[in-house]
Design a protein around this ligand. Structure first.
Ligand code: GUN
Length: 287
């Protein structure tokens, strides 16, 4: 079998076109959605992500505000900036790029972002709403994975969805999303992690296998059930270039469908961030 390649770039373009229409409608109400990003330090990968987010904002008509602080910034100073952004009426969404330097508590910073301006959906209130099945904004990577599945016609209802990786950004919120009794979800969800015994026994059961561990090519063809749908969240910089967490060439011979790296999940994360900012601006706009 040669897998269908799920084209994240094309699906993200569809989502961005829909977002651009919503932004134009807000313009008719004299509202321009605004996203403020905060980057602390000079991590090269984070700098690339942030600049792609600003470029994507401009393309759909979202204003963006770039705050870049030195790695030595004290936590109180960062919290002061977040408070100022919470109070700024031009800012509808705030994104503090993770990871933060070790001397800053990520939990304290995520708590400080107003839940109504939480572009990432990482505030405990928003994660709680997601778990309860009544989200306002869903973390962008899980939301993007769900849209990839929905828009590729993958029926997840009753399916075995196996997620490898329990990060707060991807694995845990994706598990909460996929278990809901809702379209694009209603799956039997298994969340595997570093302490999982016999990982292959789980991955081989998956109708939909999502891998978000951040290690190049850890999922081999023998670990995948023939006919499965494989979603690769990995972005590993190796000597051979950017590589996912899945051995793409070998797994493509086994799976029914697979996302490439690059051009799979990555573009969807940015598109769903734009959708989140627009949702927050719509909710903040006077009727
Ligand atoms: N670091 C890696 N992915 C993300 C993301 O989606 N949001 C934020 N804020 N930081 C990240």
């Amino acid at each position: 079998m040669t897998a269908h390649i799920i084209d994240g770039k094309a699906i993200a373009a569809e989502v961005r076109a829909e977002v651009a229409e919503r932004v134009a409608a807000l313009g008719g109400r004299d509202v321009t959605p605004g996203l403020a990003t905060v980057l602390v330090g000079d991590d090269p990968a984070s700098k690339i992500y942030i600049s792609s987010k600003h470029k994507a904002c401009a393309e759909v008509g979202i204003r963006s505000f770039d705050h870049h602080l030195p790695a030595s910034t004290e936590q109180t100073e960062l919290l002061g900036l977040v408070e100022a952004l919470n109070a700024d009426d031009d800012v509808h969404g705030i994104l503090v790029q993770m990871p933060l330097p070790a001397h800053i508590s990520e939990a304290a910073v995520l708590d400080a972002v107003s839940p109504g301006k939480d572009a990432d959906g990482f505030h405990p209130c928003n994660l709680g709403r997601l778990l309860a099945g009544d989200p306002v904004v869903v973390p962008a990577t899980p939301a993007g994975i769900q849209q990839l599945l929905l828009r590729s016609g993958v029926d997840t209802s009753g399916a075995d969805v196996v997620i490898v990786g329990r990060s707060n950004i991807v694995g845990k919120p994706l598990a909460a999303l996929m278990v809901q009794k809702a379209p694009g979800a209603n799956a039997t969800v298994t969340l595997c992690h570093t302490a999982t015994r016999d990982l292959s026994a789980y991955t081989r059961r998956a109708d939909v296998l999502v891998v978000a561990v951040g290690r190049a090519r850890v999922i081999t063809a023998q670990m995948v059930k023939p006919g499965a749908v494989v979603i690769d969240v990995g972005m590993n910089r190796t000597e051979a270039g950017l590589t996912g967490d899945v051995d793409f060439e070998a797994v493509s011979e086994v799976a029914a469908a697979i996302t490439p790296v690059p051009g799979g999940v990555g573009p969807m994360t940015i598109a769903m961030l734009l959708a989140n900012v627009t949702t927050l601006a719509e909710r903040a706009a006077p009727a």
